[in-house]
Design a protein around this ligand. Structure first.
Ligand SMILES: *Cc1c(COP(=O)(O)O)cnc(C)c1O
Length: 385
């Protein structure tokens, strides 16, 4: 099936998939094998060893490429393993410019692992893409972006950033975990690499940890496949299968996620105990126009603070929630609440954290696909107690 002729809602189900040849199984079988028989040395059916190739993983990798409008997909054992592979494109002395309110684990990988290997990172707000210009020098090799950002929901203009990156021959990588390709397709906006923690919306059911990369360029793909095989941070066939199954309902889940989130954002915004609500769908959001331009809807991640930045009140709300589960992570069918300052962003120093808006009363919601009235009643009882 030609991946260019079908629409997104069909790609999630069929994109990049070929019918299984042996028995006509509609879902790709879980090839739970490490190795493959050869008829004579080096004479095999395209598969030698599962670190290098596995048919179940390849089915998932083709799906990734299809839904992100790319040519090449790669699957890894986690989102961070995927980021790790991208950073291994670099050499000591190279510099990276990244967003300042970044997923805490990415920040930790950058500053506590790759800085030891001589790679230098600059962190800055990118809502105005021009702000990165004075950080660019001859050593700048990569720009690493998340949009919407985590947890402040700033929106970064991928297209403008890609124009700056292209003019200086710098790779632009976009972590598309929060938006998913249902809402935004960074490769079409000029990015070179799309990365996902497929753990979140792509797999969608909080039952697997897995990472993805998608690119269009063959040279870049070859380098990344080499790193994937050489470093070996692949995912197993069972997790590949689960993620592929999750992707099949991505479009229907995302529609409901966004619909629920909109109602919850409006509810919170009208609540007297809530000070600020961070969600790009509000026309008052500073980057609302870019969000409208590059996203098809506004996503299901919402952050908010309590009146007077009251830490105790925030903790109280989180503890009182009954349907929203207090947990790390996001993007599953169930609604989750988190406290970034002590959870996802605890590895970022307090001063840096607060400078980017992650204050102690900030609560982050991953709005699930339950009945929205139940979710609103849950928030109401927790906030008013
Ligand atoms: C969770 C997450 C990651 C890390 O992915 P893992 O699958 O947990 O390794 C990276 N970026 C974002 C935005 C995330 O939410």
């Amino acid at each position: 099936m030609s991946k260019h002729k079908i629409n997104f809602n069909t790609k999630t189900i069929h994109g990049g998939q070929i019918p299984e040849k042996g028995y006509g199984a509609v879902m790709p079988p879980i090839y739970q094998t490490s190795t493959y028989s050869q008829s004579s040395p080096g004479n095999h059916k395209g598969y030698e060893y599962s670190r290098t190739h596995n048919p179940t993983r390849q089915a998932l990798e083709s799906s990734f490429a299809s839904i992100e409008n790319g040519e090449y997909g790669l699957a890894f054992g986690s989102g961070l393993a995927a980021i790790d592979a991208v950073l291994k494109l670099l050499s000591p002395g190279d510099e990276v410019i990244s967003t300042n309110d970044l997923y805490g684990g990415s920040y930790r990988l950058f500053t506590q692992v790759f800085e030891n290997f001589g790679i230098k990172f600059h962190f800055t707000g990118m809502s105005d893409p021009n702000r990165i210009k004075n950080l660019i020098n001859v050593k700048t090799k990569m720009i690493w972006v998340e949009t919407p950002t985590n947890p402040m929901m700033n929106i970064i203009d991928i297209k403008s950033l890609s124009e700056i990156a292209k003019s200086k021959n710098i790779l632009l990588a976009v972590d598309n975990t929060f938006a998913t390709p249902f809402l935004q397709q960074p490769l079409d906006l000029g990015a070179d690499i799309v990365m996902h923690s497929a753990t979140k919306y792509l797999a969608g059911h909080s039952d697997v940890v897995l990472g993805a990369l998608v690119v269009k360029n063959k040279d870049l793909a070859d380098k990344l496949y080499f790193i994937q095989n050489a470093s070996g941070a692949i995912c197993g066939p069972m997790d590949s299968f689960l993620t592929l199954r999750g992707i099949k309902t991505l479009h229907v889940r995302m529609e409901r996620h966004c619909e629920n989130a909109k109602k919850i954002a409006i509810f919170l915004n009208n609540h007297t105990e809530i000070e600020k609500v961070f969600w790009p769908g509000f026309s008052s959001h500073p980057n609302h126009n870019i969000a409208k331009e590059q996203m098809s809807d506004f996503g299901a991640m919402i952050s908010f603070t309590t009146v007077g930045n009251d830490f105790e009140k925030a903790i109280n709300i989180i503890e009182k929630l009954k349907i929203f589960t207090l947990a790390e992570s996001l993007g599953g069918v169930e609604s989750l609440a988190g406290h970034p300052a002590s959870m996802t962003h605890a590895s970022i120093p307090k001063k840096e954290r607060e400078a980017s808006g992650v204050v102690d009363s900030l609560i982050r919601l991953s709005v699930g696909i339950e009945d929205v009235n139940d979710l609103i009643l849950d928030l109401e009882q927790a906030i008013s107690l």
